[in-house]
Design a protein around this ligand. Structure first.
Ligand SMILES: [Zn+2]
Length: 476
């Protein structure tokens, strides 16, 4: 017969306390230590510091407790230890430019979950959606545990985007409709907010926050005065402001002077080659494409007006997302077509591809900070989707980045692009940040292609394996 564990101690305690009737009490189980230690890997923490060999990284709950050399970071007693000798530990990657929500012919339901799993399997633990309905998107992704963290930007555009000169659109039934660009966007389920020059910018910011957005994406048909008022209002509320460069008529130079946090799309720098009056006449989407196709030559990427804007961006700390991989995918699709008549869109894509690489080279040379947003969309064949991995490969292959420089654009600098409080929680392996980590079997600093050798991905302390995410086992 076993002796009850409480009896002897309790009897003594009662003796001391002078009580007469011993009361049984439960013995608490030994404490469960929720810490996990990853031991022995080469640690590249994304801060810009050199890699640390044989490192220790400790995670408790969803946060990083410490990371560094074995002497700097102790393995807590009772921690779960993951042996990772010969492996490489890097921060979870950030894709600072994606589009996840397509209510028409796209990723509104199951496909969205599959895409989120595939992103996670690639080592992407945080994404920023640059065009969507924040309320819809955030409520839908909340249902998936196997997913990166998702932050949403609120689209804002001027009145001409909602009520422009009419343009023809051919439907699959051959019927021509006339509709505003905003309506095309709304058909996707996206919810741009209209801003008129005299509107209250604080009301736009309040609506964006109410919808769950952490920043504004200024999209089109906004003048420089509107850009400035919206930027000031957003910054007062702690929101970031990015521009779909250019937001005709406001140029990238004007957006930069207004204090905006960043601009996207290298081809948009072509706007600097036009006067404000010329930009103001490019009201229709087609006009913009024709003008860009004509102006955006490789030589024009070195135009003094454009270089002055890049200097200004560097001085203001305005960030730049060239989104080169998306253009590369579009170009590849045109190249694959053997016989066809060149369309306006193809002319635009071909000009944008060449010009975009040249402009991005200049941006780097002029000290503009790059964030590796890819313009990934969550539908269509997986191989056709732009990815942060594809973007980083282009930085190494076409721009002459070192693998380390490229990785910074998808970790530390992409976190800076996200900005605000969310940006301070991700992007580097530092105490207090989210435990978002990727363990690689090969060294990504030696060859960026080794980003493909993902052993596992940790998001908020939980480990996922690529084969698990892609096999259908991770249903939620
Ligand atoms: Zn985009």
């Amino acid at each position: 017969m076993k002796t009850p564990v409480f009896s002897a101690a309790l009897a003594l305690a009662c003796l001391a306390a002078g009580c007469s009737t011993p009361q049984p009490r439960l013995v608490p189980p030994p404490p469960v230590n929720p810490s996990t230690a990853i031991v022995g890997a080469t640690l590249w923490d994304g801060t810009g510091s050199a890699p640390v060999a044989h490192a220790v990284t400790v995670v408790r709950g969803d946060r990083i407790l410490c990371a560094g050399a074995a002497g700097e970071c102790q393995v807590p007693h009772g921690a779960r230890v993951i042996e990772a000798q010969g492996k490489y530990l890097i921060p979870g990657l950030i894709d600072s430019h994606v589009h996840l929500l397509f209510m028409q012919n796209g990723s509104a339901s199951e496909e969205l979950g599959l895409d989120l799993r595939d992103l996670l399997a690639q080592g992407v633990t945080t994404v920023r959606d640059m065009g969507n309905s924040p309320t819809d998107l955030l409520s839908r992704v909340a249902g998936f545990a196997a997913a990166p963290r998702v932050y949403a930007m609120q689209l804002v555009a001027g009145p001409r985007f909602f009520y422009p000169a009419m343009r023809p659109v051919r439907t699959e039934h051959g019927v021509e409709l006339h509709q505003a660009p905003a309506l095309t966007m709304q058909w996707l389920g996206w919810t741009p907010i209209q801003f008129n020059r005299d509107d209250d910018p604080d009301a736009v910011v309040a609506a964006a926050r109410q919808a769950g957005a952490m920043g504004l994406k200024l999209y089109a048909q906004l003048d420089s005065g509107s850009v400035r008022r919206l930027t000031l209002a957003a910054h007062r509320a702690g929101l970031t402001v990015w521009g779909h460069a250019w937001v005709q008529p406001a140029s990238v130079g004007e957006q930069t002077a207004a204090g905006m946090d960043g601009v996207v799309h290298a081809a948009g720098l072509a706007g600097e080659l036009f006067t404000a009056e010329e930009r103001d006449t490019l009201v229709r989407d087609g006009d913009l494409q024709v003008a860009t196709a004509h102006a955006a030559t490789a030589a024009a990427a070195h135009d003094p007006r454009l270089l002055a804007t890049l200097d200004s961006m560097a001085a203001h700390g305005t960030m730049f997302e060239p989104t080169l991989d998306a253009t590369r995918h579009s170009l590849a699709a045109y190249d694959a077509r053997v016989r066809h008549v060149t369309t306006q869109q193809e002319g635009y894509v071909r000009a944008a591809a060449e010009f975009g690489v040249e402009v991005t080279r200049e941006a780097v040379k002029h000290g503009v900070r790059i964030s590796a947003g890819s313009d990934h969309v969550a539908y269509g064949p997986v191989g056709d989707r732009a990815s942060v991995f594809g973007e980083l490969r282009l930085y190494v292959d076409s721009l002459g980045f070192s693998p380390t420089g490229a990785l910074l654009a998808a970790t530390r600098d992409a976190a800076r692009a996200i900005g605000g409080e969310p940006g301070r929680q991700v992007g580097t392996i530092e105490a207090g940040r989210y435990a978002d980590l990727v363990l690689l079997g090969k060294n990504p600093l030696a060859d960026i292609d080794n980003l493909d050798v993902v052993e596992w991905v940790m998001r908020g302390g939980r480990i996922w394996r690529p084969e698990q995410l892609r096999s259908g086992i991770a249903m939620r």
